[in-house]
Design a protein around this ligand. Structure first.
Ligand code: SAM
Length: 278
């Protein structure tokens, strides 16, 4: 076991989902790197395991990754866990894994719970090909850019959402992508698990009227673009440059960003588009 980083997925709500191999690994390593020592400590306590915990979170990840990688290089073994699910998927574990790889440390991943895959498997939406986006950017410009980028992707899209942001997230999707099918998975594997298949507009209504409470954790699975969406994405082929720019302005982009997007769509220099609409 010496000199190895084990990536150990932990339950996302139901302790019964811990694997035998995860328990064995957590019992045998020299120390455990975790996001929050209270959460990690509680899990180890419930499993009857006593182990040194090293905190590795968003605000110390660079420093702690170096510290943990050095200890492993010097011969110790470490299990990386996150607050829940598979470490390094949308959480600071990513930095530690990268650092270990760069330092030539052996990395061994275990299989186990992951909220994204758990929700996708129950969504009934095409799962052969999908895009994992994690959390939508908070900044409005980045959010619009990202949604515009996925507007013509046929693949199912997986998002992580917080209770605080989910209404805004779904509204942004509705504005940018139309009334697509959506699967909302709340509190997966927990007592109050709730799984809802609906159109975006209906899911937003359910969040507003409390049918889907703004409590717990959410994964949102969104239907990919249809052929009609994709054709609509190429609407500019039939339009003037001016109309094309107006389309992006109506979506809320600034004039400068609308011009940039039109230039990108058409493969033309921005100056050409500016000349047409100034
Ligand atoms: N690495 C984790 C994984 O593999 O699932 C995800 C970490 S990310 C920081 C946390 C997000 O995962 C939450 O905000 C939520 O979107 C999702 N999540 C985690 N547990 C969940 C659960 N029981 N039900 C629904 N979503 C969950």
């Amino acid at each position: 076991m010496t000199g190895t980083l084990y990536i150990v997925p932990t339950p996302i709500g139901n302790l019964g989902d811990i694997t035998e191999r995860a328990k064995e690994t957590l019992s045998e390593v020299d120390f455990v790197a975790c996001e929050d020592t209270r959460v990690g400590g509680k899990l180890l306590y419930l499993l009857g395991i006593k182990k040194e915990l090293v905190q590795h979170h968003e605000h110390n990840k660079i420093k702690s990754a170096k510290y943990v990688a050095l200890r492993i290089k010097n011969g110790e073994s470490c299990a990386l866990i996150s607050d829940a699910g598979t470490p390094a998927v949308s959480d600071p574990g990513e930095e530690l894994v990268r650092c270990c790889i760069e330092e030539g440390v052996k990395v061994v991943p275990l299989t186990g719970p992951c909220a994204a895959v758990c929700a996708l498997s129950a969504s009934g939406l095409p799962s052969r090909r999908f895009i994992f986006e994690g959390f939508l950017p908070e900044k409005s410009k980045e959010r619009k850019e990202l949604l515009a980028e996925i507007a013509t992707q046929r693949r199912t899209v997986v998002f992580y959402c917080t209770p605080h942001d989910i209404k805004h997230d779904l509204s942004s999707m509705l504005d940018a992508l139309g009334d697509r099918k959506v699967f909302v998975a709340r509190e997966l594997t927990k007592l109050n698990e709730q799984l809802v298949s609906a159109r975006l507009s209906v899911a937003i209504e359910m969040l507003e009227n409390g049918e889907i409470p703004l409590k717990g954790e959410f994964v949102v699975i969104l239907e990919g673009a249809s052929q009609a969406d994709i054709s609509a994405g190429e609407f500019w082929a039939e339009m003037s440059v001016e109309q094309h720019v107006s389309h992006y302005l109506a979506l809320g982009f600034s004039k400068m960003d609308a011009v940039k997007k039109v230039a990108k769509d058409r493969g033309l220099p921005k100056s050409v588009i500016y000349d047409e609409v100034k």
